[in-house]
Design a protein around this ligand. Sequence first.
Ligand SMILES: Cc1cc2nc3c(=O)[nH]c(=O)nc-3n(C[C@H](O)[C@H](O)[C@H](O)COP(=O)(O)O)c2cc1C
Length: 284
Amino acid sequence: MKKFIALAAAAAAAFAIEAGAADAVTGATMKVNIEGTEMPKNVDAVTSASVVPPKFRQSVKPNGFTKGSKKVRVLFVVGDPRHESVEWDLVNTAMKHFMDKGCEVALRDLYEMKFNPVLTRETFFQAKDGFGKTPEDVAMEQLWVAAADYIVFAYPNWHDTPNPMVKGYMERVFQKKFAYRDTDKGLEGLLKGKSIYTIMNSGWIGRGRGDVGDGIDGNAIWDKYLNAFKVLDDDTAGFWGVKSLGRFCNDQTPANLSKNYGKEIEALRADLVKHLDKKFKYTK
Ligand SMILES: Cc1cc2nc3c(=O)[nH]c(=O)nc-3n(C[C@H](O)[C@H](O)[C@H](O)COP(=O)(O)O)c2cc1C
């Protein structure tokens, strides 16, 4: 223990020197918080993040893809480190609904898998130009994508874009010669017949639940955000040759300590299911 404290102190001191050096170079006067405060033991009770109370949590096991199946296959690519979040509750709700409708569901839980999302110099030209051998972890994910009819990306809104895990998955897995290729007429998407969809829980994106047009009282700010996300989704879909089915976004999350939590989370789940029924076909 003493050794650990000494090491920690040494590390903090080294960081202080680094931070000090950066201070000298940047001219910044702000003091960085290198010592921090104690992590609260009851973090779930005091965090500003969403936490589904234990009695309302659902645990859903995907039924998986089976060889030669004629069922609709839905691949969930999830980037959220906290299984107790509302984002995960939406993922569980959607996975269960697809299974109830007779689909096959597979899950890539990127944090749990410790997926490496970083496109490095060593792997850049392989992803960019298709030169060389596809890295093994990427090749494995490509098999999941190739087998799917629908690919559902799910992540909490961290600065209005796919978070690094999901973005890295897109960069590394949907690479040239797998998701698109060069032709005389320009890029051609190679994943025709598949569709993509996104489930994104948010703090505040104008107040609403669903996609473009689903803002509370038809407010314009919601549509401004959702139309911006639509530009991203449509562009990505065009690149890969897939269809974008849009998004389910929500910024009306029940308060963690709400007395009506059960009713409110059920209403959120029901709204998601209604959207899925509008956008997806459950048989081929
Ligand atoms: C690093 C970080 C960045 C965030 N950026 C945004 C943002 O740009 N817009 C927003 O609406 N919420 C933002 N949020 C808030 C989260 O979207 C919000 O906490 C939401 O509840 C996340 O879903 P979850 O609680 O189900 O994980 C951010 C949260 C974090 C941790």
